[in-house]
Design a protein around this ligand. Structure first.
Ligand SMILES: Nc1ncnc2c1ncn2[C@@H]1O[C@H](COP(=O)(O)OP(=O)(O)O)[C@@H](O)[C@H]1O
Ligand SMILES: [Mg+2]
Length: 256
């Protein structure tokens, strides 16, 4: 029995002749929080998008637990599983984007419950009850009938987190969840992510919040130029980086 929720081995992805992921391997175990840091253009979003099946790898092996999503054929090309496998894999993770990506014409509660009702075919009463529980957990109990544009960015992002959790995923992916928010709203969103970490939710978080990454993550990956330059325990990577490139990158940030 392995404890791995998601495993990527030798993942490669190019857009034309731009090799964006050069040879990325990572494993996220149940209950782990992995933070991914690094300069813009380094391939962080592409990595998350490949894990979340929004992009296809050119080569590599990707599994969710014992569910094999893709593996290399004899020519070293990634071959993806059939539609049923992909559909099953898609229930294993939730994704939170930088810009919330809520459905603008749905209420908050509809945003959270839509996939439960339409994809998972959960009975409506049950889905609404689950949606309300998640909204309460995000501190949004009184907002269920509002539409996204009537909420602050921080509230919208908390709705997006509730939506990502609705299907009860094994892992949550966050792509710079606070980069569109001012400092106060950033704090409220980071707090709900900290609370999830305290409950041992498995998460992969791309972030520029170095103090948050050090406090909340178990492991940190520093990515630059499509490769993992450095990986290690969060406090080591942030407080005592081993590589010059990591040091140079971190010198630009306040680590409080
Ligand atoms: N859909 C795409 N088509 C072409 N190039 C892309 C696409 N998505 C990302 N890239 C390129 O991949 C590289 C890495 O981008 P990205 O994964 O967004 O990095 P990061 O999230 O670390 O800033 C960049 O050079 C970017 O231009
Ligand atoms: Mg990005």
């Amino acid at each position: 029995m392995t404890n791995a929720v998601v495993t990527l081995n030798h993942g490669k992805k190019a857009f034309g002749d731009n090799e964006v992921l050069k040879d990325i391997s990572l494993t996220v175990n149940k209950g782990d929080v992995l933070a991914v840091i690094g300069p813009s253009g380094g391939g962080k979003s592409t990595l998350l998008r490949c894990l979340a099946l929004l992009e296809t790898l050119n080569s590599g092996d990707l599994s969710y637990g014992d569910l094999v999503v893709c593996s290399n054929n004899a020519e070293g090309r990634a071959v993806y599983g059939d539609a049923a496998t992909i559909a099953k894999a898609k229930t294993r993770y939730g994704l939170v984007f930088q810009n919330f990506n809520l459905f603008p014409h749905y209420t908050v509660l509809q945003n959270v419950t839509d996939a439960l009702i339409c994809v998972q075919k959960m009975p409506k009463d049950e889905a609404l009850a689950r949606g309300r529980d998640l909204l309460a957990k995000m501190g949004l109990a009184d907002k269920e009938s509002m539409v996204p544009c009537d909420l602050s960015g921080g509230q919208q992002q908390r709705v997006a987190i509730a939506r990502a959790m609705a299907m009860n995923p094994d892992v949550l992916y966050f792509d710079e969840p606070t980069s569109a928010l001012d400092p106060e709203l950033t704090r409220e969103v980071l707090k709900v992510i900290r609370d999830l970490a305290a409950e041992h939710m498995t998460m992969v978080i791309v972030t520029h919040e170095m103090g948050f990454a050090r406090d909340v993550a178990d492991q940190i990956i520093f990515m630059d130029g499509g490769v993992i330059v450095e990986q290690g325990p969060a406090s080591e990577v942030i407080n005592n980086p081993r590589h010059d490139r990591t040091r140079a990158f971190l010198a630009n940030y306040d680590r409080d």
